[in-house]
Design a protein around this ligand. Structure first.
Ligand code: GLU
Length: 424
């Protein structure tokens, strides 16, 4: 792999290495010239912050966080903020790059960004979490703004986190700025449908994939990895569409029942117990067993690098719907493609989230709000169109669906770069 401008190559197999490898492959297919390649494979700017938080026992604890803007050519940067112990700068760089391609795949006027704090939020009280969020928001406020960079929820962050960020930013400004973040509660400028949009998008793109193979949700069984913002909603909506959800999992492990799980009961179990563990309506399985469970659709909706080559060999599903960002490694990709598995790639499959974030931002800027019907109709239209553009690209270029999605996104960003020209 060609080194980055600082002479380094990310460790082989890391998420950033994977994102760059995918980019290089797409750039070859698109025949991008060397200058354009170099420009697009580097993040535009990155900020590392180290900041103190007062803990409940009055002690002081230092935290590290990041915000990376990968590309701003097509508009302000957009992307979530995650709280997780394994957050690191290279991971955030990769996720920011994927956000750039994702926004371009669904053709919304944004560049890509990502942020994160190294923290296990389960170890903090709600007050500590609030102070951490407000301080982190203040630290990255030099990059944030409704016209510059608009964060959103990601792994382990939610509506409440976004409300604190919106409030913090607004307090500094002296007036309310709802458009500075998306994924907010409805009461402060959130959008109808935002909470369920990523899961809904997983359903829509999977439904289109099933259609291409002459199937509907009533014909299939589904296993979902992850029961957070994305997985729990995807399971619920696919189940409502007629699918039999045979397995789900979270960080505590999985639950399986070949006859189907009661998703409503599962959700209330999680509300009460925080974790899936102990749910009586199925058998306990490990996360690895979930990925190789007998089902038609496997929906990894948790973290990166889950379907490795070791797992891919044993995947029984004929569709993989990537609700998570980067859940499949490049080696696993080849194995799945060879087995004829229909991959609905991440930057298409989970793009419902950022698409509805775009709706939220537009509504906030106009102070004029849409009905849930308008939101759902627009989401449906954008995702179906993007899905078929990706499929047409795969057909035309004779490449897999992931490469087709990457090519579609990268080409749109490259064309926008050419149209703007290089300054000065
Ligand atoms: N975190 C989500 C993603 O990875 C949503 C980002 C956004 O809405 O800005 O796509």
């Amino acid at each position: 792999m060609k080194p980055l401008s600082d002479g380094t190559i990310p460790p082989e197999g890391s998420v950033y290495w994977i994102a760059l490898k995918q980019f290089d492959e797409a750039a070859d297919i698109l025949n991008l010239d060397d200058g354009m390649r170099d420009l697009l494979r580097h993040p535009k700017r990155e900020l590392t912050v180290t900041f103190p938080v007062c803990m409940d026992d009055d002690s002081l604890r230092m935290f590290t966080g990041y915000r990376v803007h990968h590309n701003t050519v097509r508009g302000p940067t957009k992307g979530g903020i995650r709280y997780h112990p394994i957050v690191n700068l290279d991971e955030i760089r990769a996720l920011a790059m994927w956000m750039t391609w994702k926004c371009a795949v669904v053709n919304i006027p944004y560049g890509g960004a990502k942020g994160g704090v190294i923290v296990d939020p389960d170890e903090l009280s709600i007050h500590e979490l609030q102070r951490l969020t407000r301080r982190f928001a203040t630290e990255i406020s030099i990059l944030m703004g409704p016209e510059g960079d608009i964060p959103a929820p990601d792994v382990n962050t939610n509506q409440q986190t976004m409300a604190w960020i919106m409030d913090t930013y607004s307090m500094h400004k002296g007036y309310s700025v709802p458009a500075v973040v998306t994924g907010k509660p409805i009461e402060i400028g959130g959008s109808m449908g935002r909470l369920s949009a990523t899961g809904r998008g997983v359903m829509i793109t999977t439904r289109e994939a099933l259609k291409m193979r002459g199937k509907t949700f009533s014909d299939v069984t589904v296993a979902v990895q992850g029961f957070g913002n994305v997985g729990s909603v995807a399971a619920e909506i696919m189940s409502a569409e007629g699918a039999t959800i045979v397995a789900v999992s979270d960080a505590s492990g999985g639950i399986a029942n070949p006859k189907g799980l009661d998703i409503t009961a599962l959700k209330s179990h999680v509300v009460q117990n925080k974790l899936l563990k102990g749910f009586p309506g199925g058998d306990a399985i490990t996360n690895e067993e979930l990925l190789t469970y007998k089902c038609d659709v496997l929906a990894p909706c948790a973290l990166e690098n889950q379907i490795t080559s070791k797992i891919a060999d044993r995947v029984q599903a004929s569709f993989v719907a990537e609700g998570a960002n980067g859940p499949t490694t490049p080696e696993a990709d080849i194995i799945l493609e060879d087995k004829g598995v229909f991959i609905v790639p991440d930057i298409l499959c989970n793009a419902g989230g950022v698409t509805s974030s775009y709706f939220e931002w537009v509504q906030d800027l106009q102070s004029f709000f849409w009905t849930v019907e308008e939101i759902d109709e627009r989401l449906e239209r954008i995702l179906v169109e993007a899905f078929h553009q990706v499929m047409a690209g795969a057909e035309k270029r004779k490449v897999g669906k992931r490469m087709a999605a990457q090519c579609l996104g990268i080409k749109r960003v490259a064309d926008a770069t050419t149209a703007r020209g290089i300054y000065p």
